[in-house]
Design a protein around this ligand. Structure first.
Ligand SMILES: [Zn+2]
Ligand SMILES: [Zn+2]
Ligand SMILES: [Zn+2]
Ligand SMILES: [Zn+2]
Length: 351
């Protein structure tokens, strides 16, 4: 078996567990939690495999291929997987995503250690599980889209899982009914609930206003929390809401929305114009240190917002090698570069 075959079987297994986690829910919520969580862990490991097989071994410095192939190894924890994806692949999976995976894993651990009788009859416990699945799938799905190049052969499985999740979340419609008075009250108070990106129900209540077009929302049905940007569709001009990342489809005309559209809609063109005249470069577009986005960071008053991954930063740092402004820590970038240059080391290797 080659590295690619191991990746393939790990990913295939993960999607199999995911489907089982969804299918088993009605008859066996306990196994549903266990299988769903295993699927999330396997997909994070599959991503790590794409860097190197030894990264899914708890102690890579002691990794041994023969033992690995025999299944004789301790594998990384979810926290370690996140840290390695960040340190080795240079990609942060984001704290909202990680919090939802963590909640799933804690729940799984509880189920394994403490027997819960009659869970099949416990509607509240079951709602909690579906809500967790919705939040985790929302984030996992986004990661799989972002990692499209690695999961190219699994597009059918990804769409299938998304369809299964859409059916699965209907279980929460009872909860939506019980929340109706609260949602009505929010509407009357001027905080109109919008469609939740994770569970699909119109129960995402606006919370804080970050900027006149950017709000945080929190869903009362599935507890999902995230950021939404309101812009006019660049294709049909109708108002739309873009949630959590710069890629979306317009609800009205089905046109594709991309980060550059958000950058254009959010940028303060007057401020940029007069800054250029004054030789002030602090309003220039910057690159994002979190998602590696190129020119996706736009200045809004005194903060910086990435129109790709929706991360907020309070300052920019210049790459010590190519001088472009970036969010994130640029220490050591003279040697290693930023997301858009390879620094001195890369320049020397080119010779
Ligand atoms: Zn929701
Ligand atoms: Zn449109
Ligand atoms: Zn970003
Ligand atoms: Zn650079």
């Amino acid at each position: 078996m080659k590295q690619h075959d191991i990746f393939d079987s790990l990913a295939r297994n993960a999607f199999d567990f995911l489907e089982r986690g969804i299918d088993e829910f009605d008859n066996s919520p306990k196994y549903s939690v266990i299988h769903f969580c295993a699927a999330v862990e396997m997909l994070l490991k599959a991503r790590l495999m794409r860097e190197h097989w030894s990264l899914i071994v708890a102690k890579p410095e002691q990794a041994n291929l023969a033992k690995f192939m025999a299944g004789d190894f301790a594998s990384v924890t979810m926290d370690e997987a996140r840290a390695r994806i960040r340190d080795v692949a240079g990609e942060d999976i984001g704290s909202e995503a990680f919090t939802s995976f963590r909640a799933l894993a804690n729940h799984r651990n509880k189920m394994i250690h403490f027997f819960h009788a009659d869970m099949e009859e416990d509607a509240q416990a079951k709602e909690l599980i579906v809500a967790e699945h919705c939040r985790s799938w929302f984030h996992l799905h986004r990661l799989l889209i972002r990692w499209g190049a690695y999961f190219r052969d699994f597009q059918v499985e990804i769409s299938q899982a998304d369809r299964s999740m859409k059916k699965h979340r209907k279980y929460l419609s009872t909860k939506l009914k019980t929340l109706k008075p609260e949602l009505d009250a929010a509407r009357k108070a001027g905080r109109k609930p919008t469609s939740c990106s994770a569970c699909g129900f119109k129960a995402a209540i606006p919370q804080d206003e970050i900027h006149d077009q950017i709000k945080t929302v929190s869903c009362r049905v599935c507890d999902y929390a995230g950021t939404q940007v309101e812009i006019d569709c660049p294709h049909c001009d109708k108002p739309i809401v873009v949630a959590n990342e710069g890629y979306a489809t317009c609800d009205h005309c089905h046109g594709a929305i991309e980060p550059e559209h958000l950058v254009d809609a959010l940028a303060d063109h007057d401020a940029i114009h007069s800054a250029i005249k004054d030789g002030d470069d602090s309003w220039e577009l910057a690159n994002c240190g979190t998602c590696e986005g190129y020119q996706t960071v736009v200045r809004l008053d005194d903060m910086y917002f990435c129109a790709n991954c929706f991360e907020l930063s309070d300052h920019l740092e210049q790459c010590e090698w190519c001088n472009t402004p970036n969010t994130g820590d640029m220490d050591g970038s003279y040697l290693t570069g930023c997301s858009h240059c390879d620094g001195r080391a890369g320049w020397e290797n080119d010779d």
